[in-house]
Design a protein around this ligand. Sequence first.
Ligand code: CTP
Length: 371
Amino acid sequence: MSIDHQTRLLYPLNQFYQEKVMTRNAKIRKAISDVMKTVTSILKEVEIQEPRYISSLVQNENGIYEGLRVVSSTEFEITLFLNQMGVFNFVDDGSIPGCAVLKLSDGRKRSMSLWVEFITASGYLSSRKMRSKFQTLLLRAVEKNQQQHQQQKTTVVKALQDSNSGEVKLQVFDKFSVILIPAFKCSGIWPRSAAQWPLPQIHWPHSEVVAAVKNEGFSMLSRENPHFVLGKQSPTSENDAWLLCFNDAENILLSGGCRKTCLSILKTLRDRNLDLRDEPIKNYHLKTLVMFECEKHPREMDWDIACLGDRIIGVLLQLLSCLQCRKCPHFFLPSVDLFAPHSPLTLDSAAKAVWALTRQIITNPNSLAEL
Ligand code: CTP
């Protein structure tokens, strides 16, 4: 894009950031702070019932809850890190894309594990069993909370259980949904299914950052596999598997330059213009595509604030292309397609919406004031 066009976009983008992004973020921060009072008390109750599910939820020095992710402005995911994965081996043979299993180490007795009753006959620590127990505890804690609020005749929190997956979501103030995910943190190791990263021909990021990312590692989440192909039933063995999550590693990659600003603007554009039926475009797709844009533009100067417009347009065009090809690979796990759960029809209509938005920004940057 020409320098002239770049500068034409910069002012409206800056305005968009000041007005729309900051408003969105302030609203979400307020929602998180309100919702977390209830979530914290529910988790306290869970912990009283079953001390192994000790809450790891803490606010860092900036007041940010670690482990909380914003899925959309009314939907939050919270990872609860459990203790003592110790006696298991991490087995990541790629047989279940995006997942790995935890197998009892040779010579270790199941009784040596804190999680003994969740180990299957073949020695796997079952993600499904651990989740199911946790969800029973959650339901009980919500019931207790409702009893406490009965006198005030208010219901602050409800538990919604998905009839297919059994997944329990908390609904707070009838508006916000919160998913709580038991997990193990795996620092200092890097999964085999992500071993190809970084590709030798790609000159981003710097080797020191690669080392920091690999050292940060990943998490193993106990949750339904969201990558399943539409219409395919998940085999029972897959339900025992743990979902790989690279959230913290990804956040390291996105630091520096205008990368975070670029992602914040894209998320706000999504919330306001691309919040489509069945939600084919989520914040995580945008995060993924910003990382691919970093690979395409590896120099730090490409992420100078002056290039923000080009990077935003670049990501939107890549999103369009992915929707048209009906494939969006996971950044670290190439065998995982983030669009797999969506029908071609949903992806096609999302492509139209993305093109309409991108075209408007390219042809008339000032229209950002209305977007
Ligand atoms: N937030 C929070 N605690 C978290 C995650 C997010 O308080 N654990 C806040 C963020 O600070 C932000 C708002 O929720 O103000 C929306 O977060 P997000 O959707 O992640 O948007 P970003 O623009 O990426 O947020 P930020 O740049 O502030 O990280």
